[in-house]
Design a protein around this ligand. Structure first.
Ligand SMILES: NC(=O)c1ccc[n+]([C@@H]2O[C@H](COP(=O)([O-])OP(=O)(O)OC[C@H]3O[C@@H](n4cnc5c(N)ncnc54)[C@H](O)[C@@H]3O)[C@@H](O)[C@H]2O)c1
Length: 266
């Protein structure tokens, strides 16, 4: 494995499991020192041994984010890379329970509408946005403040989703992920003069704990949708992140790298 991130100090949000944990491990293998931010510090700390660190952080809360970045800066000696991975697909009250129930009724032959929008409360909408969109902004702001203070230079990689482009997911989730792509491009333009690159990765369906909870027929149907006839392995998403975060990606900014097994083309 090349050491494309040798000497870099990286923060990965939502890195205690799934894609985030794979990203944290990959960045560490490539030579970075990593701070993993997640809701539970113990789970975050279990992913990688010292000198890597796990730090408690709720990306829904500005004070928590700013404190976690101050801790990461102190532990790593600075921040060169941020991977905004923490995301939430659904939140209580967002209408997805009604959506799934109606899907089951429809599959059973009943003439019902499969609705989310008319059942989505303000709280359900906000619950998804708070993590997936607002959290990405808050963490980017905290990282950019540190990068600017260091004299500039740095890389931000936002984990978006093919859902944000294709619309194949909960309505607030698709909206949040599409907004993350817009934010990626706006920040890329704003921060280029500071030497800070901002890119996004759009994973397709990826084998993470959430898929373990799905009925096997649904998982098979999702896998069949890709040209590779399978889900992504989290490390396949991490590889794209390492490229964008490290010097191999030094001419990439405002880019969106889709890793979806050819489920559709961008
Ligand atoms: N799994 C997929 O198929 C898939 C596809 C496309 C995009 N994504 C995106 O990739 C990212 C990771 O997905 P995953 O499947 O590994 O998710 P996951 O649910 O397995 O892990 C998400 C992590 O984020 C943490 N987290 C949740 N809320 C948080 C908060 N408020 N503050 C800090 N941490 C928080 C969780 O504790 C967890 O460790 C997400 O942004 C997701 O939307 C996933």
């Amino acid at each position: 494995m090349m050491e494309r991130l040798k000497g870099k100090r990286a923060v990965v949000t939502g890195g205690a499991q799934g894609i985030g944990a794979a990203i944290a491990r990959r960045l560490a293998v490539e030579g970075a020192t990593v701070a993993i931010l997640d809701l539970d510090a113990t789970a975050a700390s279990a992913v990688l041994p010292a000198p890597h660190v796990g730090i408690a952080c709720d990306v829904r809360d500005t004070a928590s984010v700013d404190a976690a970045f101050a801790q990461a800066k102190a532990a790593l000696g600075g921040v060169d890379v941020l991977v905004n991975n923490a995301g939430r697909g659904s939140a209580p009250g967002d209408g997805m329970d009604k959506y799934y129930a109606a899907q089951a009724q429809q599959a059973a032959g009943e003439a019902v509408f499969v609705d989310q929008t008319i059942h989505c409360s303000d709280e359900g909408w906000a619950g998804v946005m708070a993590v997936t969109l607002d959290g990405t902004f808050r963490c980017s702001r905290a990282a950019v403040r540190i990068m600017a203070e260091q004299g500039g230079g740095g890389a931000i990689v936002n984990i978006a989703s093919t859902s944000g482009v294709k619309g194949d997911g909960p309505v607030p989730y698709c909206a949040a992920k599409a907004a993350v792509l817009g934010m990626t491009r706006a920040m890329a333009r704003e921060l280029a003069d500071r030497g800070i690159r901002v890119n996004a990765v759009n994973p397709g369906a990826t084998e993470t704990p959430i898929y373990a909870t799905l009925p096997s027929e649904l998982k098979d149907a999702i896998a069949a949708d890709s040209l590779m006839k399978r889900l992504a392995h989290p490390d396949e998403i991490a590889g794209a992140v390492a490229f964008l975060a490290g010097d191999d990606g030094r001419f990439a900014t405002g880019s969106i790298v889709t890793v979806n097994g050819g489920a559709w083309f961008t």
